[in-house]
Design a binder for this molecule. Structure first.
Ligand code: ZN
Length: 228
């Protein structure tokens, strides 16, 4: 390869990388160790459209979207909203199936204090809290981090806490077919704290159970273990 050819090759390569760089702004929430890996991309056209709407919203709210401090804000919000609502692009059942292992363990498995960052679908304000998940395997277990990812995949959508609870339960029940699933979510809703009745410290608790957890004794053991 001559010097000119080499230069042309390098220039072409850099140009390609540059093009790729501006076309795809990628983010990935998942670690490198998991078998399941999904890279999210901000579609530039969608981002631009969302950004234009936010610019108008800022002006309609009485601000000046062209002043220096707000100049980049619509674009930032457009990306941020896509990040916060990336759950639509994820398949929670697929996340679980990607790490299913045959195992004879038939005792309770509990993952507690899984952080939740979700968005209330009535006000588009965050609700933040913790999820506690339990299941009793019936031949198959799943990677513990996958349970947290399932929570994330449903939480990063426009949600109500009740539906979020049930969706997580149904996903685990349908995919792993365990002897029972228990889901408890405790969350604080900014729409209650910042507006409306302004209850600063109220927490909403939701729970849903299947199978073995419908028995009072099993459910009480689960509750005791997540409180402990
Ligand atoms: Zn709300």
């Amino acid at each position: 390869m001559s010097k000119t050819e080499l230069t042309n090759f390098v220039v072409a390569l850099l140009y390609k990388l540059f093009q790729k760089g501006i076309k795809k702004m990628e983010f990935s929430l998942n670690g490198k160790n998991g078998t399941y890996r999904k890279i999210e991309q901000y579609d530039p056209e969608t981002t631009e459209k969302i950004s234009e709407h936010y610019k108008k919203i800022i002006d309609l709210l009485g601000e000046d979207s062209s002043r220096e401090g707000l100049h980049q804000t619509p674009m930032r919000v457009a990306k941020s909203m896509q990040f916060l609502l990336q759950g639509y692009e994820q398949d929670p059942e697929e996340i679980l199936r990607s790490a299913m292992f045959k195992e004879d363990y038939r005792q309770m498995v509990i993952v507690k204090d899984i952080e939740i960052y979700s968005m209330c679908e009535h006000h588009m304000l965050p609700f933040i809290g913790k999820a506690h998940i339990g299941y009793i395997p019936n031949g198959y277990i799943t990677g513990l981090s996958k349970i947290a990812r399932v929570v994330d995949a449903y939480a990063r959508r426009l949600q109500v806490q009740e539906r979020l609870t049930t969706q997580i339960k149904d996903c685990i029940q349908q995919t792993l077919n365990p002897l029972g699933v228990a889901v408890v979510i405790e969350a604080q809703h900014l729409c209650m704290q910042m507006r409306g009745i302004q209850k600063q410290s109220s927490t909403t608790t939701t729970s849903d159970f299947t199978g073995a957890f419908e028995r009072v004794a099993t459910r009480e053991e689960f509750i005791r273990l997540i409180r402990g």
